[in-house]
Design a protein around this ligand. Structure first.
Ligand SMILES: [Zn+2]
Length: 290
């Protein structure tokens, strides 16, 4: 989460890369501290395609997707969730191709609060919402929704055979950001456990490289969160009572651009601990439950 550097970016932007038969991807040019090199849009199918995570509404990206699609019919435009680096290109792509937008539910939040990561796409309006386990047919393959709330409450992964497109639930370069009010730590952990029990061969995340040993990787992510939780509980016990103080102690040397995100992540842990009766909160001050 801490190592991203803008001058280190030398990625194959807007080029179609084939990963395996029927699965290819195109990297959008939206690098940041949260998106790594950028958002990876996936194309599923050969004779006809589904587009997964169309990405940000950047004209060069939409044009690159249209070039990659060529004359092939687009069966569906699918979004894992509605952060602005994932879903906004769905509408312009749908307008040109006539394809339906099928996938995660829209999010109608009263207030998303001060968001540390990419904000929500309030314009997202799907033609069809997929429930957990529901699928669509694309070029002889089934693309199945795997509900994985946590990073956002509406997050879906998509299974294609024994490959899993993991969106932001599991990323290939960093632990995912879980920021309240929409992000929820208990849901995120349950969604990791759900993946741990699957037998996927490979993960293709929206950010970062493919994950070749999914179960091992997911166990590592779960262990990391449990360590973090233990550490936060200990710091609260040692009178690190507010979030900035906990962040300073838990994330030494943190990239300042990620301070708000780290604070959100700490808050997500604290709210989860509070629900479980382990900590209590009083006017931004946290302490161990008696
Ligand atoms: Zn996201």
């Amino acid at each position: 989460m801490l190592s991203w550097q803008s001058d280190a970016v030398d990625a194959p932007y807007e080029l179609l890369e084939t990963l395996e038969p029927g699965i290819s991807r195109i990297l959008a040019h939206n690098p940041s501290a949260f998106t790594y090199y950028g958002t990876q849009t996936y194309l599923i199918g050969d004779d006809e395609v589904a587009v997964v995570d169309p990405g940000p509404d950047l004209s060069e990206h939409v044009e690159a997707l249209l070039r990659a699609i060529g004359t092939r019919p687009v069966v569906a435009i699918m979004c894992t969730h509605t952060h602005r680096d994932h879903s906004p290109a769905a509408r312009p792509l749908a307008n040109v191709t006539g394809a339906p937008i099928i996938g995660c539910a829209p999010l109608a939040l009263e207030s998303v609060g001060p968001r540390a990561d990419a904000a929500f796409d309030g314009d997202y309006s799907p033609d069809r919402i997929l429930a957990d386990g529901e699928g669509i047919e694309v070029d002889g393959r089934t693309v199945t929704a795997v509900a994985t709330p946590g990073h956002t409450s509406n997050h879906l992964c998509f299974a294609v055979g024994d490959a899993l497109l993991t969106g932001d639930h599991v990323m290939g370069w960093s632990t995912t950001v879980v920021v309240p009010p929409d992000g929820e730590m208990a849901a995120y952990m349950a969604s990791l456990d759900k993946l741990r029990q699957r037998q996927d061969r490979v993960y293709y995340p929206a950010h970062g490289p493919a994950v070749a040993k999914p179960q091992q990787y997911v166990r590592g992510l779960m262990g990391h969160r449990m360590q973090r939780e233990k550490q936060i509980l200990r710091l609260v016990g040692e009178k690190a009572r507010d979030i900035p103080d906990i962040v300073a102690k838990a994330y030494p040397g943190l990239d300042p651009r990620l301070e708000t995100a780290a604070g959100g992540s700490v808050l997500a842990h604290l709210l989860d601990l509070e629900k479980r009766g382990l900590v209590v909160q009083c006017e931004q001050q946290w302490s161990k439950a008696a």
